[in-house]
Design a protein around this ligand. Structure first.
Ligand code: NAP
Ligand code: ZN
Length: 348
């Protein structure tokens, strides 16, 4: 079995630490990837600290993986050594399905997450991208367009698709007023992608400290949610609100910013339930919805869209030894806008 090196959480209360583990021997439909970069998603922190109550340890987090193919199985046709590729939040989806539902696979029970899940054998834990290599079935590997640098493209594999999917499902485009709540890793991708789709984007952030960046990324407006006036000024304004906030906030205040028939989509996943008043929804026939990443087909569409529009994440590259300090900074919303681990620092 090939040995991989990485960083793992061994327990919800401990910092991540160096960790070696076995990757599976590649099968005929597998692609072996040398990981160059991995983004640090807030979901990694939720899971490393067992905030969603489903964590399995030891856990090598990381599902914003970008790297280069080093070997392929005998039946692989789409990839060859040297190809620039990505892996996102899941590495299988059809364990219990007769056919693969390519449009909605992330919602079906056969999903196998890139980490914090079990491989097809039901026993071996999957391990993610804070590591030097990964072995993934061909059908779950994405092509990264040549014009996108691997480090800045890595966050597209989760942050990018998580915003692209609801923005396209709810038809963000010309004439649509869309608010993105939270200018973090997900939020800043939402501004860039939504603006490229032609929607009229407003950012709702806790303060105005990142306003200049938001406008540079294509937002038309930028408001501070710490200012109570914002909620009066923007009442009944938006067709769509995408909420990326990782903490519990008063969703009722945001629902009141929707027009009649507007939809607020949750992608941010706070630890605790949030109460919703019926009268935040009833008078405006408003909808409250959720959305989870995107299918492999949609993720490739998103990467091609980003290639065409030259969209990547704004990143701070880090040494893997600094991962625990990076987590603390994410928790303080102190990152512009995504930490990306340079895996050469693991190998060096
Ligand atoms: P992030 O970089 O930490 O961004 C979250 C942003 O939310 C912060 O930058 C901040 O924006 C805002 N925020 C944080 N705490 C807040 C508070 N107490 N009150 C108001 N606003 C607050 O995290 P991320 O990686 O973008 O992930 C965001 C959430 O999405 C996480 O819960 C993550 O698990 C979830 N997620 C979901 C999916 C999915 O498929 N649905 C996929 C990936 C991640 P401002 O500073 O601008 O206010
Ligand atoms: Zn993620």
């Amino acid at each position: 079995m090939p040995i991989a090196r990485g960083y793992a959480a061994t327990d919800a209360s401990k910092p991540l630490e160096p960790f070696s583990f076995e990757r599976r021997e590649p099968k005929e439909d597998d692609v072996v990837i040398d990981i160059h970069y991995c983004g640090v998603c807030h979901s990694d922190i939720h899971q490393a600290r067992n905030e969603w109550g489903n964590s399995k340890f030891p856990m090598v987090p990381g599902h914003e993986i970008a790297g280069v193919v080093t070997a392929v199985g005998s039946k692989v046709t789409k990839f060859k050594p040297g190809d620039r590729v990505g892996v996102g939040c899941f590495v299988d989806s059809c364990l219990h399905c007769a056919t693969r539902d390519v449009d909605r696979e992330q919602y079906l029970p056969g999903l196998v997450q890139t980490y914090n899940d079990y491989e097809a054998d039901g026993k071996t834990l999957t391990q993610g991208g804070y590591s030097d290599s990964i072995v993934v079935k061909e059908g779950y590997v994405l092509s990264i367009p040549d014009n996108l640098p691997l480090d800045k493209a890595a966050p597209l594999l989760c942050a990018g698709i998580t915003l692209y999917s609801p923005l396209s499902h709810w038809k963000a485009g010309p004439g649509k007023k869309v608010a993105i709540v939270g200018m973090g890793g997900l939020g800043h991708m939402g501004v860039k992608i939504g603006a490229a789709m032609g929607a009229d984007i407003t950012v709702l952030s806790q303060s105005l400290s990142k306003k200049e960046d938001g406008l540079k990324y294509g937002a038309k407006d930028y408001y501070a949610t710490s200012d109570a006036e914002t909620f009066k000024t923007l009442a009944n304004t938006f067709d769509l609100i995408v909420c990326t906030v990782s903490a519990g906030i008063d969703w009722n205040a945001y629902l009141n910013l929707l027009k009649v028939d507007g939809t607020m989509v949750l992608v941010g996943a706070p630890e605790h339930p949030v109460p919703v008043h019926a009268f935040s929804l009833i008078p405006g026939r408003r909808s409250l919805a959720g959305s989870m990443i995107g299918s492999i087909k949609e993720t490739q569409d998103m990467l091609d869209f980003c290639g065409k529009h030259n969209i990547t994440a704004d990143i701070e590259k880090i040494d893997i030894k600094d991962i625990n300090a990076a987590y603390e900074r994410v928790l303080k919303s102190d990152v512009r806008y995504r930490f990306v681990i340079d895996m050469a620092t693991l190998k060096g």
